[in-house]
Ligand binder design. Structure first.
Ligand code: 5AD
Ligand code: SF4
Length: 438
């Protein structure tokens, strides 16, 4: 019996898919490369933007034909999209060949749901009950990196964002459980741990034990051995000095912060309910760079939020030029039903399109400058895997998070090496290994 998982969206979903794989493998399923060969197909969905949703509905539609050819095929839709109001009913009506619909908080029901589906019973449950991470055996797919959830959900309610509605309120895992999981992963040979949370900086606020994110970083950063610790995502309003100090104190914690700015206009930030101004953001960046001069700061930026004027957009471009992000994920604002921004006055698509093109070009120019600065210098890189776009080429990241391509044997995945950067084509860096470290 074989399984195939379609994963859409963020790292949180990639890691959830590893848990789904763990459940399926414990039931005797093995992974396959093509949906056509599978006995169970899982769609682990995303609904952060409308484009993601449309694509997913298209892909689910394709299963109809497979199901006709193989009636015992089981189809599961889970993740953020199925947690949205009305979606479970829509799937039931328009995609009757889907057997199981589960929300974001009840993956623990997957096994029972599959048993029901095998008996030809539909299973739909998007109740917001919450599972415990410790309930699952995870089948990890990203060696030498391992994802570790530290908190779930979000309390921020940025006015454009659907996440608080589909992932629920903030819930932190017990620090003892996180520490035990990281210790196990390191003893299994993982070399990079990425802590995941919608807002890692508010870790611990909801726990009885008095532990902050900075204190958690101290406990993890002090673990013995050579490894890398990263975390995402940080909300600028909550990034504290003691977190910056912890990054500086432990060599194992990477000088790399993902700090979504969303907009460079104070007025738009206010309408977004972000709780910081443009100047606050500059001040945070200065605070970080004062302590971590080689830090790589990455970000998320949106254009076309309701009411964004030409001047607001210019402010965003200006911020991008000044901050010099090592990379930026640039998005066109997408109207999400149920969010406050849905009922604000929207911007024409043509304007959004023009702005996103300009924003991407602006960030590309910044990235190119940083890349050129890196040429000729040496960086420690973790060999992470093959770059399938180029023959015989491996890739890995610098501590600051920049991806580098170089030649080496695939058997060296998981090793730390020193790479000299030889050339750069805008966002892509090319180099070769100069010395070897244990
Ligand atoms: N439209 C476009 N982008 C969005 N994001 C969140 N909600 C929306 C939306 N409605 C972006 C934000 C966030 C990232 C994960 O996705 O930039 O940081
Ligand atoms: Fe969405 Fe804002 Fe929460 Fe991030 S902090 S998940 S953008 S509501």
């Amino acid at each position: 019996m074989k399984y195939f998982i379609h994963t859409y969206g963020c790292q949180m979903n990639i890691h959830d898919s590893e848990k789904i794989a763990g459940i399926l493998e414990s039931m005797g399923y093995t992974v396959c490369d093509k949906a056509e060969d599978a006995d169970i197909i899982v769609f682990n969905t995303c609904c952060i933007r409308e484009t993601a949703e449309q694509k997913i509905y298209g892909h689910i539609g394709l299963v109809k034909k497979l199901k006709r050819e193989k009636p015992e095929l089981i189809t599961v839709v889970c993740g953020c999209m199925s947690q949205q109001e009305g979606v479970a009913a829509k799937i039931r009506e328009s995609y009757p060949f889907v057997d199981i619909v589960l929300g974001t908080g009840n993956l623990n029901l997957l096994q029972d749901a599959i048993v029901a589906a095998q008996k030809k019973r539909k299973f739909v449950d998007v109740n917001f009950m919450q599972y415990k991470e410790e309930d699952f055996l995870t089948s990890r797919t990203s060696y030498p990196n391992a994802w570790v959830n530290i908190n779930y959900g979000c309390n921020n309610f940025c006015t454009y964002c659907i996440v608080p509605y589909v992932r629920g309120r903030e819930r932190s895992r017990r620090s003892e459980d996180i520490i035990a999981e990281v210790r196990n992963l390191l003893s299994e040979g993982y070399k990079e741990i990425t802590l995941l949370g919608q807002n890692v900086n508010s870790y611990g606020h909801d726990l009885d034990s008095d532990i902050s994110f900075a204190q958690l970083l101290h406990k993890l950063g002090a673990m013995p051995g050579k490894f890398r610790l990263r975390f995402m995502t940080s909300h600028p309003k909550d990034l504290s000095q003691d977190v910056i100090d912890a990054i500086a104190e432990y060599p194992n914690i990477c000088d790399n912060i993902h700090l979504p700015v969303q907009s460079g206009s104070t007025e738009i930030l206010r309408k977004m309910n972000r709780h910081y101004t443009r100047d606050d953001y500059f001040a945070i960046v200065d605070k970080i760079r004062a302590k971590l001069p080689d830090v790589g700061i990455t970000t998320d930026i949106m254009v076309g939020f309701p009411g964004e004027t030409e001047q607001d957009f210019e402010d965003t471009l200006d911020l991008v030029r000044k901050v010099k992000f090592s990379s930026a994920f640039c998005f066109v604002y997408s109207r999400r039903k149920g969010t406050p921004a849905y009922s604000m006055e929207q911007i024409p698509y043509a304007v959004k399109k023009k702005r996103i093109t300009e924003l991407i070009a602006c960030q590309n120019e910044v990235t190119k400058q940083i890349s050129q600065y890196m040429v000729g210098k040496q960086y420690e890189v973790l060999v992470e895997g093959e770059n399938f776009h180029y023959k015989n080429t491996m890739c890995g990241r610098t501590e600051s998070g920049r991806l580098v391509n170089f030649q080496c044997d695939p058997s060296r995945i998981g090793e730390f090496v020193t790479v000299k950067i030889e050339r750069a084509s805008s966002a892509t860096l090319w180099g070769s290994i100069v010395t070897e470290e244990k």
